[in-house]
Design a protein around this ligand. Sequence first.
Ligand code: HEM
Length: 410
Amino acid sequence: MAGPPRERTLDATLALLREGYGFMARRQAALGSDSFRTRLMGGQDVLCIKGEAAAEFFYAPDRFTRKGALPPTTLLSLQDLGSVQRLDGSAHRWRKRLFLQVLSPPAVTRLGDLFDAEWDARAALWRERGEATLYVEMGQVLTRAVCTWGGSPLGDHEAGRRAAEFQAMIEGAGAVGPRNWKGLALRSRTERWARRQVADARAGTHADSPLAAVAFHRDEAGELLPERTAAVEYLNLLRPTVAVDRFVVFCAMALHDQPEWRERLAGADGATYAAFAQEVRRFYPFFPAVGGRALQPFEWQGKRFKRGAWVLLDTHGTNRDPRAWREPERFDPGRFLRDEANAFNFCPQGAGDVSTGHRCPGEAAVVELMARATRRLVAMAYEVPPQDLSIDAGRMPAIPKSRFVIRLGR
Ligand code: HEM
């Protein structure tokens, strides 16, 4: 067998940046195959795969490393050298336990409670002004909530600055050029701040906080993490939580586009809110793909690939794969009450087992925050004035052009 078809190109990176979320779907259709080969990042061969079976293959423990697996600029803006995502084998599992402990169910509830309190405090300001841009406001609310939760409560001035830094870093993740450079420049400022937090935690009395858990975490050999590594891991808790701002905007978009769901959610139970949040994570674009480099040779559709082969799992396409989802292009939270999802067909934040693989440890926190935000949006009286809510498929991570403006009565 010849294996997956190959796109005839010297390098498709510019097309990827232009087409964004549509890049893989377009090639799957043109080549008539879910799996295909192309060239990216300076002509490097890459195998793109999609679907439940592909996710199961990709997420088999220790099959792929994340080292050297993403466009370097993207990697720098999301996670950093020495972070849990760059570890493999037992060192990875050991560090991952830290994240799973810090994000325990009671800790997630505490984060949710802080989020609610910050939302309520901030909503008074929105009413006073009569208008709010949800994306900007969520950056503020989430930054304040997660920094208090982490162990670094922020004053008003500092909160604004940190929120702008986090949002710019996330904005820069899928870009090249100025948008990415801006993210990288702010990153070093944020990192200095996080290092100070770690140093202060180590110098002070031991408090029971995520910051202290990271600052006093010991590696497999019983050593404290270097200060810079601890700072990076602390930021790996804070920054992705702020990235939930995008998902909250998509919750508001879904309520706007599906007003019947606003009615159904009023007075609904927690399970229905969670199902709504899950469907938003499935339906709206965020991470287009996850990348890995093979730790051992493997075979895919009859073709042998060498150790080090680069593979991208099309997570966005997998979430909308008609083999796994009934009417995937329809927004239907009910599918999560009917158990259509499993550990591999649904992968907005990775797939498989969270403790042994690289699946995101923040999923419970994300769903909790989205469900709470939706509850508040449903309870709040606001209008959506005319604005450009279109989503540019070529811009990653995605966001509606207007950032979702709402108008409130005073
Ligand atoms: C805003 C929504 C979020 C999205 C879309 C997201 C997405 C992802 C994705 C796609 C991965 C990579 C999976 C892989 O390489 O196989 C990942 C890993 C990770 N995420 Fe998230 N995430 C989000 C929120 C969070 C939150 C709230 C936290 C922590 C509080 C978090 C912490 C991490 C960490 C530490 C990893 C590395 C895990 C590992 O390598 O084992 N993320 N996330």
